[in-house]
Write a protein that binds this ligand. Structure first.
Ligand code: URA
Length: 288
């Protein structure tokens, strides 16, 4: 019989390090109860606003015998937003309204259309110098980034700093952001809809920073920003173009994610080649 400590270690190793509710919910019991219920009659009135409807579902499926553990305080908690297409549309409209990076950050901070915000501790918007002319975009913040509110400050961030230094860059001469600005709980992969909701904001961020060169770090970022259709190992290392919504064409280099390089150090030589390309491109742009 594993001890509680073993189980907690197992959870931590699996990336489960967030409790989403104060009390555990027995989903197996909820499923069994739902299966015994007769099919629900059709709703008499138009369905409520999507976030509220799904929140209701969660409560309805809790075991009937279990007393509600909601307190007055929890009733006043911010509403959990369930991602839907309407939020993706709203994100596109909002992102367009931002005329500066500061405005974009404020808009994101006030945007409740992405459920990832409700589990993240902070908004991880960017680090570095937006006027640097070179912008790096990763996938999503991890635990360290969520705690500090800055991208790439954990182990993979330290490797990224060394990679930047190898081509003469620092956080003062590069701008760094992520496709997703809120940490997904337990570092899970963001869903396609969460990504779709966040996409307009990072696209606008790139447009407003207007870098001479964009570097995507890892497969998900290459997929979102460069429409990569093949795996990152095949897609990396060639100059591509990122088209902004406003019609700007930004030269873009897809490369490997530092977290991947930590797990696969033999592939650092591939990333090194990509970084030499970036260095040469920046030199050419400076000269020309
Ligand atoms: N991985 C990312 O993609 N972004 C971060 O900010 C940290 C780790």
């Amino acid at each position: 019989m594993p001890s509680l400590r073993d189980i907690l270690h197992f959870y931590a190793d699996s990336g489960v390090d967030e409790a989403l509710q104060e009390q555990p919910v027995d989903r197996f019991a909820a499923t069994a109860i739902a299966a015994r219920r007769p099919p629900a009659a059709p709703a008499p009135s138009p369905s409520p606003e999507p976030g509220a409807a799904r929140r209701g579902d969660t409560e309805a499926t809790a075991p009937a015998s279990r007393p509600s553990n909601r307190t007055d305080a929890s009733r006043n908690e911010p509403r959990l937003s369930v991602p839907d297409e309407a939020q993706a549309l709203r994100a596109r409209e909002l992102a367009r309204q931002a005329a500066t990076l500061a405005e974009l950050r404020d808009l994101l901070a006030g945007f409740d259309g992405c459920n990832l915000k409700s589990t993240a501790k902070t908004l991880v918007f960017a680090d570095g110098n937006p006027n640097a002319g070179v912008m790096f975009v990763g996938e999503a913040p991890g635990r360290d980034e969520d705690l500090e509110g800055l991208p790439f400050v954990g182990r993979s961030g330290r490797l990224l700093d060394r990679m930047l230094a190898a081509i003469g860059l620092t956080r003062d001469s590069a701008y760094i952001a992520n496709v997703i600005p809120w940490r997904p709980p337990g570092n899970r992969t963001p869903t396609p809809l969460e990504t779709e909701i966040c996409r307009p904001f990072i696209e606008r961020q790139i447009e407003l920073a207007n870098p001479k060169v964009l570097i995507t770090l890892g497969g998900p970022s290459a997929k979102v920003l460069l429409h990569a259709q093949e795996g990152i190992l095949k897609f990396r290392g060639k100059w591509r173009t990122h088209e902004t919504a406003g019609g700007l064409a930004v030269p873009a280099m897809p490369t490997l994610h530092p977290a991947y390089l930590l797990r696969n150090p033999a592939h650092k030589r591939l990333a090194w080649r990509d970084f030499l390309e970036i260095k040469a491109k920046l030199r050419d742009l400076d000269a020309g």
